[in-house]
Design a protein around this ligand. Structure first.
Ligand code: C5P
Length: 307
């Protein structure tokens, strides 16, 4: 029997994203309140024929063709890098693999789509190497340490739920769940924004505020209260690079969002609603304007094996 492993990992929104001054390592210290959404990347890993290396097939679900076409399938794909790094950490050669990625998270959209792929791949590789080569199953904390080498958001995609991210975003402190379910409308752009470009625009604008106590914010009791506390230090930088985003935020709030905000480094706009029905209703309005609008719920579990 050929080994087939399925894994998935969630998208994230930063309910709060506070950014400090650029450090000498090329990263910004952050204070982030992460929430995982039930919009999940799905990955299937199949043992390949000996000597065939790694082949990656990417397809989409409710995403524009342009998003799927922009994902590389060679060794620059984060999932490929994950396979190589994971095997290296175990002191094993990189296995031959066929990997299928079903993308649901907007690409280069500030929602950790690539990081979710890496997180799902780490969970899948952990199982694959154990089944095929008898290597020990690594704990979630060990996977998060490896994940941090692949990208700052990968550890959160492994943990999921609600968590504080510090350092460059990779130091995760899990929190207890929000007291209520959150309903989101995610409006994706046809063009992505590069994370380093948005951070560079933020540096040029030079506005830093002190970090807040995110434990307090996580204890909110309603969408309205949470909406008031949502904040993203990168939002103005994203607006500067893509001015149309400001109009979209205004439009979403006029249409009834409790709060609409650039997600992470953007350009996806994450709009919080106080009911699923309202989020769906507004998604129809945006779709009729030719926009990509996806509904999702928070919170959701982190990377996991799927049956
Ligand atoms: O960690 P990740 O690979 O996702 O980061 C991509 C880029 O985003 C980094 O090379 C850096 O330019 C920028 N970044 C940053 N500060 C962070 C996270 C990312 O400046 N905390």
């Amino acid at each position: 029997m050929n080994t087939i492993i399925r894994a998935s990992a969630p998208a994230k929104v930063n309910l709060v994203f506070e950014v400090g001054q650029l450090a000498t390592d090329g990263y910004h210290p952050v204070n982030s309140l992460f929430l995982a959404l039930d919009l999940r990347e799905e990955l299937t890993l199949v043992k390949g024929e000996q000597g065939t290396g790694i082949s990656i097939y990417v397809h989409g679900d409710s995403l524009p063709e342009s998003h799927i076409d922009s994902v590389p399938t060679d060794q620059s794909n984060l999932v490929h890098k994950t396979a190589v790094l994971f095997a290296q950490k175990l002191g094993r050669p990189t296995p031959d693999l066929q990997i299928d990625i079903r993308k649901r998270i907007p690409v280069a959209g500030g929602m950790a789509g690539g990081s979710a792929d890496a997180a799902a791949m780490l969970i899948a590789m952990n199982e694959f190497m154990h089944l095929e080569h008898g290597t020990p199953i690594l704990a979630i904390e060990e996977l998060a340490v490896i994940g941090a080498e692949l990208g700052s958001d990968v550890p959160f995609c492994i943990y999921g739920g609600l968590a504080i991210g510090t350092g460059r975003g990779e130091v995760i402190t899990p929190l207890t769940d929000l007291a209520f379910e959150t309903n989101w409308l995610l409006c994706a752009s046809s063009k992505g924004l590069s994370t380093p470009t948005v951070f560079a625009a933020f540096d040029e604008m030079g506005s830093h505020t002190p970090f807040s106590d995110l434990n307090e914010i996580s204890a909110t009791t309603s969408p309205a209260e949470l909406g008031q506390k949502m904040a993203n230090d990168l939002e103005q930088a994203a607006f500067r690079l893509m001015p149309s985003l400001r109009d979209l935020v205004d439009q979403l709030e006029q249409l009834g969002a409790v709060r609409a905000m650039v997600s992470g480094s953007g350009p996806t706009i994450a709009a919080l609603f106080d009911s699923e029905a309202k989020a769906i209703e507004v998604s129809k309005v945006l779709k009729s304007q030719g926009l990509v609008a996806l509904t999702a719920k928070g919170q959701a579990p982190g990377a996991r094996l799927d049956g």
